[in-house]
Design a protein around this ligand. Structure first.
Ligand code: 13P
Length: 254
């Protein structure tokens, strides 16, 4: 059985004091858990100071982005090789990177390769815009993003791959995808991965849903057969709320 994975993407939020408080409260609220990986994905500067409390508390650490290259004259970039001593997971292709910062499918693939090359696990984000969904192109867009990112990599190198389906219209809008839509797309992603590799591999990788996950909808989302976890933005900034979302994993597969 695939292990659940719930990750909190803090985006460009929190002061260092806020960050320490969220972790401290989360650790107090959360009993040790073996059925779910809990991942904190803070802004870059908090990764080093948070590493110890996050790991001591039984959580894992991730980064929101990384460079394609490992080093060199790339002012303002942070490389996967720099993150590798601290992080287990790195997000590649978040929709905010794709749409606000112009990351192309090729760039996302380069980042995915950098994450793998440096021994970390990618959380590859895919998802369609509202116009694309309304035009009936959601599957096509997600397939294009998946194929571009994964083609050419071996399934051995991708053994810890996590794919996050984050429909862009659901991010930060309070309008989550319906459980039916989330399940349908997660199953479709598995089919596409099966066609790129094989069914066994497609069944082994974990798929998260992200976009306005909150403590009210988490139970329904996390109990979907092809959804193995959640990538949570705004609701991960409140320790009590994020803790209840993690606890909703208990409603899964029971
Ligand atoms: P929200 O949960 O705030 O909608 O953000 C989702 C997201 O983008 C997580 O990466």
């Amino acid at each position: 059985m695939r292990k659940a994975i719930v990750a909190g993407n803090w985006k460009m939020n929190t002061t260092l004091e806020d960050a320490a408080l969220i972790i401290g409260t989360l650790v107090q609220l959360q009993a040790p858990k073996s059925d779910v990986e809990r991942v904190i994905i803070p802004p870059f500067p908090w990764i080093v100071p948070l590493q110890q409390p996050v790991l001591d508390g039984g959580f894992m650490l991730g980064a929101q982005n990384c460079a394609v290259e490992d080093q060199g004259a790339f002012t303002g970039e942070v490389s996967a090789s720099m993150l590798a001593s601290f992080c287990t997971y790195v997000i590649a292709g978040h929709s905010e990177r794709r749409h606000l910062f112009g990351e192309t499918d090729d760039v996302v693939r380069g980042k995915l390769l950098a994450i793998l090359r440096n021994g970390m696990y990618p959380i590859l984000c895919v998802g369609e815009l509202l116009d694309e969904r309304d035009a009936g192109q959601a599957f096509e867009v997600v397939d294009r993003q998946l194929v571009a990112a994964l083609k050419g990599s071996s399934k051995e190198s991708l053994s810890e791959l996590v794919i996050a389906y984050e429909p862009v219209w659901a991010i930060g809008t309070g309008r989550a995808a319906t459980p039916d839509d989330a399940q349908q797309m997660a199953a479709h992603i598995r089919d596409t991965v099966a066609s790129l590799f094989d069914i066994g591999f497609a069944q082994s990788i974990r798929i998260q849903y992200g976009g306005s996950v909150n403590e009210t909808n988490a139970g329904a989302i996390l109990s979907l057969p092809d959804v193995d976890g959640a990538l949570v933005g705004g609701a991960s900034l409140k320790a009590e709320t994020f803790s209840r979302i993690i606890d909703a994993v208990g409603s899964r597969r029971s």
